[in-house]
Structure formats: structure tokens, C-alpha cells
Design a protein around this ligand. Structure first.
Ligand SMILES: [Zn+2]
Length: 189
């Protein structure tokens, strides 16, 4: 119990230091999948997220790398869909390595803008972004689609696959390639 309390204190301190604390009062909850820690504040946000992320077709050749580690339970289907998306991105990039990425689903555009300000201390309106330092993808439940999430997942994978992070322009080319080819059969050469 003491250990738990201590952990909470340490985490809270960390959240305050990194400016993670959301403006809205909603508590963050997490759905853990094989590759993603999906952080959300309300079931309705998670539902919207689920609705907007259309399932991608995984290829049979990727079966050895299946999402067997996905969580079951009420969010099992969503977890599997997200893991399949991650695997598709890995397949397109041909970058397969154990990964765990945080995805933070903000309530709406305004909340996402506020989150940006908290982190960077300046105003900017982005639809989504990936922050390497926190290993976190930021999105909002109102404005989202599978290609957008795949793009940010590609950034996370590209930034972690090589020993040295590739130049920003190179990473952007790769991420754009991924979202542009998400629903094609991956080339096998
Ligand atoms: Zn990008």
C-alpha cells in the first residue's frame, strides 16, 4: 500500500513537472494493447476513437507476428484493431521491433490545443503529433482517422528502429508513405 502511494506521488510529481496534467477534470484511464497504451478520459471519447479508426486488413504473411498479446475484455476488439494497425505500419516500413507507444486521446480540438500549449508553451493547432521525448502520440476524438494515427505510429516506429533517429524530413517521408499506402497490400520485395 505504501509502495502504491509512493508510486502515485512520484507519478503525480512527474505529471506536474512534464506539464502533462490536463486542464479538464477528467481522470485518465488506460487500455493496454500489445503495442499501445491508449489513454482516454471518458468512455464516449474512446467510443468515438473506436468508430473513427477503421480496421485495416492485415496480411496472412504476418501471422507469425500476430496480436495474440492483446487484452481481452470489453476493449479486446478495439485492442486487436489497434494492434493490427501497428503491425500493418511495421509491415509497410519493414521495421519490426518490440515497441510500446502511448496514445493520448484528448476530448476535442480545443483540449488538444491546450495540451500542445502545456507541453510546448506556445500556440499551435495540429491535428495530431508524436513526441519522441514522451513516446506519446497526441490526437483528439473529434478529428481522427486510421491514416492519421498510422502516420504518427510510423513516426514512433521510425524514431525507435534505428540507433540514431533519422533526419526529420526523412522521417516525414516515411510516415507519409505509410498513411498513403495503408490499405494497399504491402510489397514483398
Ligand atoms: Zn509527420
Amino acid at each position: 500500500m505504501l509502495r502504491q502511494t509512493l508510486a502515485i506521488v512520484v507519478i503525480s510529481a512527474g505529471l506536474i513537472l512534464t506539464g502533462y496534467q490536463p486542464v479538464s477534470a477528467g481522470q485518465w484511464k488506460t487500455v493496454k494493447t500489445k503495442y499501445i497504451n491508449l489513454h482516454y478520459q471518458s468512455e464516449s471519447d474512446l467510443k468515438k476513437f473506436d468508430k473513427k479508426i477503421k480496421a485495416v486488413k492485415n496480411t496472412g504473411s504476418f501471422a507469425s507476428f500476430s496480436s495474440s498479446g492483446s487484452t481481452g475484455g470489453p476493449h479486446g476488439r478495439l485492442a486487436k484493431k489497434i494492434d493490427t494497425l501497428v503491425e500493418k505500419v511495421q509491415l509497410i516500413l519493414d521495421m519490426r521491433k518490440a515497441i510500446k507507444i502511448n496514445v493520448r486521446i484528448h476530448h476535442d480540438k480545443k483540449a488538444l490545443k491546450e495540451a500542445y500549449y502545456k507541453i510546448y508553451k506556445k500556440d499551435k493547432t495540429l491535428r495530431a503529433w508524436y513526441l519522441f521525448e514522451y513516446n506519446t502520440i497526441y490526437v483528439n476524438a473529434d478529428d481522427l482517422f486510421a491514416g492519421m494515427l498510422a502516420h504518427e505510429i510510423a513516426h514512433a516506429i521510425v524514431d525507435h528502429f534505428l540507433d540514431v533517429r533519422p533526419p526529420r524530413a526523412t522521417a516525414e517521408i516515411l510516415a507519409r508513405y505509410v498513411d498513403g499506402h495503408l490499405n494497399e497490400e504491402a510489397k514483398t520485395y
